[in-house]
Design a binder for this molecule. Structure first.
Ligand SMILES: O=C(NCCCCc1cc2ccncc2s1)c1cc(-c2ccc(F)cc2)cc(O)c1O
Ligand SMILES: [Mg+2]
Length: 214
């Protein structure tokens, strides 16, 4: 049967990137998406903003919601200090299978724990399953209508501490209006919008960075 877009993306990585070289994996995916097929990776423009926030936070505990093919997982993991691992959550098993191979091709498998499941099920289990008390950095890139319920779940489960940084993709396109309204109006968050464009297009999009104030 016909291959899937993630499988074709993986082939492009195996053909054009250098094993163990995360930057070459990032470049190969961006090249594929600009020249062959659009795909919903955070992309190079928003990816550079993601890089700068991760570098600034220099987190010891990291959670990513929405792995897809592992592009942003590779972007984040390549910047983490030695010994730091990130947990990434993917709902779609086919995406997870491709992501594991792309993350391994980049040589970052020892810095990544990929979990299959839904955020609603997993978030309440995190403390117990992974021995995490709070997250220093969370990247939200999953179902846009789950951003708000999941940030409330983080609060309820005590997974945020004073200074925890949440970075949300796609707050304009496809959009997460209720999430934006919440983090921008809640006294418990200091929020800032980073304007950019929808990956590989000229459409408006951006990232919202929200710091939990405790
Ligand atoms: O849906 C998007 N991303 C989420 C995929 C959903 C995968 C999930 C992961 C997970 C983990 C845990 N619990 C539940 C879930 S659900 C997404 C979509 C577009 C887009 C933009 C314009 C378009 F015309 C068409 C698509 C752009 C983006 O950057 C995206 O991130
Ligand atoms: Mg996204």
């Amino acid at each position: 049967t016909r291959s899937t877009r993630p499988q074709r993306m993986l082939k492009a990585v195996q053909k054009n990137a250098t094993k163990g070289n995360p930057q070459s994996v990032i470049s190969a995916i961006d090249y594929f998406c600009k020249n062959s097929e659009w795909a919903m990776n955070v992309g190079d423009e928003k990816g550079s903003i993601l890089d700068s926030v991760v570098t600034e936070v220099n987190p010891s505990t990291v959670l990513e919601l929405g792995t897809y093919c592992g592009y942003s997982t590779v972007r984040i993991a390549r910047l983490l200090s030695p010994g730091t691992k990130l947990i990434t959550l993917e709902f779609n098993p086919a995406y997870a299978t491709v992501a594991r191979q792309i993350i391994a091709y980049a040589g970052l498998q020892d810095k990544v724990t990929l979990v299959e499941g839904s955020s609603a099920d997993l978030i309440p289990q995190i403390k117990e399953r992974f021995g995490i008390t709070t997250f220093d950095f969370i990247f939200l890139d999953h179902w846009k209508d789950r951003y708000l319920p999941d940030i409330k779940l983080f609060e309820e489960c005590g997974l945020l501490r004073k200074g925890s940084v949440l970075l949300a993709d796609n707050v304009i396109c496809p959009g997460a209006p209720e999430y934006l309204e919440y983090v921008r109006n809640s006294p418990r968050y200091e929020s800032r919008y980073y304007p950019a464009h929808l990956e590989y297009t000229k459409a408006e999009d951006g990232l919202e960075k929200s710091v939990f104030l405790g």
